[in-house]
Write a protein that binds this ligand. Structure first.
Ligand code: NAP
Ligand code: HSE
Length: 425
């Protein structure tokens, strides 16, 4: 069933979302049973180049909201106004809203949630915290039965990118800020990132969802990274720490508190290893223990993907009364036989240590078109242990080569075979 989508904002996030909606319409329909049709995209400056066809662009966002062929509104223009007025207008028309605007949600959350509920429509904001990381839904749904004690995280990609580049690459503060802007991580005004205000809004949202108490951005203690001296990043390393801009939301037992500030984090703590624009959030509770969510916290692709997930969810709820297709659907596709899939193997062979042994073993791999990446041998008298790692080759070739090795007189035992999984595709 068709759902018309109007997007307010066609920049880093909105532009990518528009492109994804156009390119992936059939794939989304096959997976979700919902036909998402892009109707209009509101921008400020019609003369700027876009990553979606110019025919979709308008500089009248109120017309996008009011358009009867727009069933669902996505707000990715940012800031408080006119975004808030437009979102409230959409809700009043009974149109679900998806937003990535943490500033607006943190400042006006209770108003927005109440208005959406009174109109019986969704207001979803997965991308407002943690960019592409699924965080809002796990926190507000999956963990709604846990007494969360603390949420601790790196929630601003720009500042993490800046701190990583300064510390590891020796970049200047100014160069790192400029690169974060170029890569689409930074807010329209990067002051919101480096001052800690962006992380502060996210900390307010996290605290509200974790503890069920609306903290609001004005009650969050915020200190940014502008006052940091590059020398202290170096001293931190010497002392066994890395400097991170941390957001902390806690229920102390006496009440709820949220704060954002630079912090020395021990080098062996997982948060200290979070690099570049990545975000990571720990959630701690008495029964769940400790959860870690980590991934790309900023940028058009990750953020638009999180927004699109919300769009599909909101569209599904919109169509629920009309009995859309089942929530999970399976379409035609190819399921591969694992024997045909390319794998890398580690092998430990117990072999005779004599001239020509390695050549025989290499010959077997060659016959089965398996290329060897590395070999390490440890000799023990007339015997030796041989460790090999292969390049990618079909699983069936590896199996056949290993069977053939077992029949070689010089191989006393194929003592171990373990598949090697690397980051390479
Ligand atoms: P952006 O690149 O600056 O895009 C904003 C878009 O909104 C632009 O297309 C702009 O038009 C349009 N716009 C702004 N004011 C408008 C107005 N009054 N009327 C019509 N159009 C208007 O910002 P973004 O990075 O996509 O961020 C959008 C939202 O997503 C923000 O709330 C941000 O906090 C949030 N977010 C961003 C990221 C990220 O990594 N970028 C991640 C998570 C959440 P022009 O293009 O003509 O200027
Ligand atoms: N400017 C934000 C950041 C975008 O750098 O994390 C994601 O909210």
């Amino acid at each position: 069933m068709r759902v018309g989508i109007g997007i307010l904002g066609g920049g880093t996030v909105g532009g990518t979302l528009a492109r994804k909606l156009l390119e992936d319409r059939e794939v989304i329909a096959a997976k979700s049973g919902i036909d998402l049709e892009l109707v209009r995209v509101a921008v400020r400056d019609l003369s700027l180049p876009r990553v979606f066809p110019a025919s979709y662009a308008t500089d009248r966002p109120e017309d996008v909201v009011a358009d009867p062929s727009v069933d669902l509104v996505v707000e990715v223009m940012g800031g408080l106004e006119p975004a808030l007025g437009l979102v409230l207008a959409a809700l009043d028309l009974g149109k679900p809203v998806v937003t990535a605007n943490k500033e607006m949600v943190a400042a006006e959350g209770p108003t927005l949630f109440t208005r959406a509920a009174s109109k019986g429509v969704s207001l979803l904001f997965e991308a407002a915290v943690g960019g592409g990381i699924p965080l809002i839904r796990p926190l507000s749904e999956s963990l709604s039965g846990e007494r969360i004690r603390r949420v601790l995280g790196i929630v601003n990609g720009t500042t993490n990118f800046i701190l990583t580049a300064m510390e590891s690459e020796g970049w200047s503060y100014e160069a790192a800020v400029a690169e974060a802007q170029r890569l689409g991580y930074a807010e329209a005004d990067p002051t919101a990132d480096v001052s800690g205000a962006d992380a502060g809004a996210k900390a307010a949202i996290l605290a509200g969802l974790a503890f069920g108490v609306w903290v609001g951005p004005d009650r969050v203690f915020v200190e940014g990274i502008e006052g940091l001296d590059a020398a202290d990043l170096v001293y931190a390393r010497q002392l066994g720490y890395r400097v991170k801009l941390l957001a902390v939301a806690e229920d102390t037992g006496d009440g709820v508190v949220a704060r954002v500030h630079p912090a020395f984090v021990p080098l062996d703590h997982p948060l200290s290893g979070v690099r570049g624009a990545a975000n990571a959030v720990f959630i701690e509770g008495p029964d769940i223990g400790e959860l870690l969510f980590m991934g790309p916290g900023a940028g058009g692709g990750p953020t638009a993907t999180a927004v699109l997930g919300d769009v599909i969810e909101a569209a599904r709820e919109l169509l629920a009364a009309a009995q859309v297709a089942p929530r999970i659907r399976f379409g035609p596709g190819t399921v591969l036989d694992f024997a045909d899939v390319e794998t890398k193997w580690y092998l430990r062979l117990e072999v005779v240590d004599a001239p020509g042994v390695l050549a025989q073993i290499a010959g077997v791999f060659g016959e089965h078109r398996v290329s060897i990446m590395s070999v390490w041998q440890e000799g023990r008298g007339d015997a030796a242990t041989l460790l090999l790692v292969t390049h990618d080759a079909p699983e069936s070739n590896h199996r056949a080569a290993t069977d053939a090795l077992r029949h070689l007189d010089v191989v006393r035992q194929v003592a171990a075979t373990v598949r090697v999984v690397t980051d390479e595709p």
